[in-house]
Ligand binder design. Structure first.
Ligand SMILES: Cc1cc2nc3c(=O)[nH]c(=O)nc-3n(C[C@H](O)[C@H](O)[C@H](O)COP(=O)(O)O)c2cc1C
Length: 388
């Protein structure tokens, strides 16, 4: 059996409260705080707790060279080697852990970014439930407990005289920006027009040109910028109420400007999946079209290998796509949203995505606005909703 250390691992000393019956018996709170070593490794599906011997040994084992177990056991503790192998931090050649670790190496992730991405993914989180539990625990909503927010603008301490700027006159872009309001009220009883559906997808995700930039390097020209011109973000869709489109999961093909059906869904199933994708934000699950912008890591990291800014660039790409989708929808009189509160693991599973190849970074949506406002929207300009 040959072993080596996994390629990426971050170790955090973390404090936690544990129940101590002796403290309780002595009339105390019954709680004691302890500090533990927690290992965060992107090729694992969960974090693991380490003892001091395991931490020390990890600092001595090569992540590059394979070694026979018996060789390692001559100079290192047999029991500690076994426990590190069982915890998946020392990977055995040919094992699933070793394969996943190799995928990370081949994708050229920057280690700290890989850890951030894989450790912060959610599965089955229900934000409404979490908010309720929080309110019960602390006696009030999060907002009640935060105190005053930092000022909306960083004011100059000396209040130096400011040079006033001109404001642009009215224009179609000006009007469009003024009407952009995150929509939390969709009318499920109306079907979204097929041409409107197609137009929003084209403007945010469609390729306007395909360019053979260099041998083996094909670039797409889109309406949005993208780091390195690589456009690594795929659009996976959950379509619920669009005329001429069967309810289901799809992938959007940006060159052909076409839908690829992944799976047909019943209305109930689609609703349940939509709720799971947006972590139980009911008002977003009602949307006609949900778009899951999903980064194909290998496409970006092909150029930006082990690059300290590459993961940030993937996230920034999604921000540009979001605003373009908002504006494309707004121009057609539709509502749109973005949320970062998503259950990434559920999304990966429903679309059968290999999480080591690609991962959703947000959820967008667009659809027909309801005529009645049930859920709150931020519209101080009364651009969409009349004054109460
Ligand atoms: C990165 C990002 C994440 C967001 N996540 C959520 C979310 O989880 N839930 C939600 O209701 N709105 C979310 N929003 C929408 C914001 O709440 C919204 O933009 C903000 O309230 C301002 O309203 P406006 O977009 O209408 O100007 C998000 C927006 C951004 C840019």
């Amino acid at each position: 059996m040959r072993l080596r250390r996994c390629s990426v691992i971050h170790i955090e000393p973390r404090e936690k409260l544990v129940l101590d019956l002796q403290i309780l018996a002595d009339g105390g709170t019954g709680l004691r705080d302890i500090v533990e070593w927690i290992a965060l490794a992107p090729h694992l599906t969960a974090e693991v707790t380490l003892n001091a011997d395991e931490v020390a040994l990890l600092g001595k084992l090569s992540p590059t060279h394979w070694h026979e177990f018996e060789e390692l056991a001559k100079t290192h503790s047999h029991a500690t080697l076994v426990s590190l192998r069982e915890k998946g931090l020392l990977v055995e050649e040919g094992s699933t852990h070793a394969d996943r670790d190799q995928s990370l190496r081949d994708t050229h992730w920057r280690g700290i970014a890989a850890t951030l991405h894989y450790v912060t993914r959610w599965r089955g989180i229900d934000t409404q439930k979490s908010e309720k539990e929080y309110a019960e625990l602390v006696g009030g909503s999060l907002l009640d407990n935060l105190g005053a927010a930092p000022d909306p603008v960083k004011e100059s301490a000396t209040a130096a005289p400011r040079q006033s700027l001109t404001k642009p006159g009215s224009s179609p872009l000006e009007a469009l920006l003024a009407r952009r309001v995150t929509c939390r009220n969709y009318d499920r009883s109306k079907k979204l027009d097929f041409d409107d559906f197609s137009a929003v997808l084209y403007r945010a995700f469609g390729a306007r040109a395909v360019d053979d930039y260099a041998p083996g390097v094909r670039l797409l020209k889109k309406g949005v910028p993208s780091a390195g011109g690589l456009h690594p973000t795929e659009a996976y869709l959950l379509v619920q109420h669009v005329a001429g489109v069967t309810t289901g999961l799809y992938h959007y093909h940006p060159i052909d400007h076409a839908l690829e059906l992944i799976r047909v869904l019943s209305d109930e199933n689609a609703d349940e999946i939509a709720m799971r994708f947006v972590a139980a934000q009911r008002y977003f699950a009602d949307v006609h079209v949900m778009v899951l912008p999903t980064a194909r890591f290998g496409r970006n990291f092909w150029k930006y290998r082990n690059h300290s800014k590459a993961y940030r660039a993937l996230i920034l790409d999604v921000g540009h796509l979001s605003q373009t989708l908002y504006l494309a929808a707004t121009e057609l009189g539709l509502g749109a949203f973005i949320t970062a509160a998503i259950n990434e693991v559920d999304i990966e599973q429903e679309f059968a995505l290999d999480a080591l190849e690609q991962g959703p970074l947000a959820a967008f949506g667009f659809g027909i606005r309801a005529t009645q406002r049930k859920d709150v929207e931020f519209d101080p300009l009364n651009a969409v909703w009349p004054k109460d």
